[in-house]
Ligand binder design. Structure first.
Ligand code: PLP
Length: 388
């Protein structure tokens, strides 16, 4: 049976061209970028070229890019780094209730160490109101962190407007752009951000590598101390093959972005329309327009998302009930709850995230099998008999 992968928000396959570009840095060009002889210089050149490429692709300067072990580290570095470097100025941070755990858990950690966090609500589409951000700013606010697009429901936040508010107030602004970089245009000046997190495995690069954009002049402390790499911002021998892979993947994504986003949005809308027409008692989660081109998140009444997921897997279709990191948790998604979805309904959600290798036939396959699966599971569900 052909497997259909529809979970690209969780991770993506590394593109063969990216693997090809990485390979020499495992073997022939294996040097440590800190070594001054030719092997080292070869590796240094690769890292610096990658930095320049990544910077260009997001409208930054190369010295503003710090390579990390992924999106989680980039988010941790932004929040903890700013918090500890600016403690004297204030201890208040503003974020939203729908951030990824790479931000929310850092906020909880900081709360335990004397920082005060405001978690802003979102509307039923998952949108943060810029006016709420403005009202939440106090004299002690040192950082605002609002994600560029949500990983579960795909809502694209009004980051430009929030950036303007942050700048006028003289408060640092971080955005978690893990789900947008490589998928929709991202320019740090247009978004008016001071810090921006990137993760390579979300755009067909390798896992375990990412970057944090840090606007020149932003005060933040390093999380990693040691050999002083990355201009003392992130100690540790650079993961040269992964860094090369990240920049290659981002360059390829940039070249294909416009056309690919259009193609994915077409498939997304076809899937949404097909689901709405063929299955009753379902609702789209997230915003219908301000939405990532590849994201479909739907709520099914009278049925558990996990049961749907397992039945789809038997048909060769891989989807998700929300974020990959939340799978081990029986709790309903914090994002859906924040959108006002009642807990019993939040349990019945499915997320499909399309990608490069998906075709119209894949969407048709989902539309072929899912109505039958939903009907079968509902027929067995005590929920459906009592409530329908
Ligand atoms: N932020 C968002 C919005 C994400 O979707 C993810 C990954 O799921 C992360 C952060 C974490 O990135 P990484 O897997 O590179 O640590």
């Amino acid at each position: 049976m052909r497997r259909i992968y529809l979970d690209h928000a969780a991770t993506t396959p590394t593109r063969p061209e990216v693997v090809e570009a990485m390979l020499p840095y495992f073997t022939d060009a294996f040097g440590n970028p800190s070594s001054i002889y030719s092997y080292g210089q070869e590796a240094r050149k690769a890292v610096e070229e990658a930095r320049t490429k990544v910077a260009e692709l997001i409208g930054a300067r190369s010295e503003e890019i710090v390579f990390t072990s992924g999106g989680t580290e980039a988010d941790n570095y932004a929040l903890k780094g700013v918090a500890y470097a600016n403690e004297r100025k204030g201890n208040h941070i503003i974020t939203t209730s729908i951030e990824h755990r790479a931000v929310l858990e850092v906020c909880r950690f900081l709360e335990g160490r004397g920082f005060k966090i405001t978690y802003l609500p979102v509307d039923k589409y998952g949108l943060v109101a810029p006016g709420d951000v403005k009202r939440a700013i106090i004299g002690k606010t040192i950082l605002i962190s609002v994600m560029h697009a949500n990983n579960e429901v795909g809502t694209i936040e009004p980051v430009e407007e929030i950036g303007k508010i942050a700048r006028e107030a003289g408060v640092y602004f971080h955005t978690d752009a893990v789900q947008t970089v490589g998928h929709i245009p991202v320019n740090v000046d247009e978004l008016r951000v001071d810090l921006l997190a990137i993760s390579a495995h979300k755009f067909y690069g390798p896992k375990g590598v990412g970057a944090l954009y840090v606007r020149k002049g932003t005060r933040l402390v390093s999380l990693m101390h040691g050999g002083g790499q990355e201009k003392k911002c992130r100690a540790g021998t650079e993961n040269v093959p992964a860094i090369v892979g990240l920049s290659e993947a981002l360059e390829l994504a940039g070249q294909e972005m416009g056309k690919e986003a259009e193609r994915l949005a077409y498939l997304r809308d076809k899937l949404i329309k097909g689901l709405m027409e063929n299955i009753d008692h379902i609702r789209l989660n997230g915003h219908s327009k301000r939405r990532l081109p590849n994201n479909v998140n739907v709520n099914f009444d009278f049925v558990e998302g996990e049961s749907l997921l397992l039945s789809l897997d038997l048909e060769g279709v891989c989807a998700s009930t929300g974020s990959a990191c939340g799978l081990a948790s029986p709790e309903p998604s914090h994002v859906l709850l924040a959108l006002g979805v009642p807990p019993e309904q939040a349990h019945g959600s499915l997320r499909f995230t399309l990608g490069r290798e998906n075709t119209e036939a894949d969407v048709e396959r989902v539309l072929d099998v899912l109505p039958g699966i939903v009907a079968r599971l509902r027929a067995m569900s005590p929920l459906s008999k009592s409530q329908k």
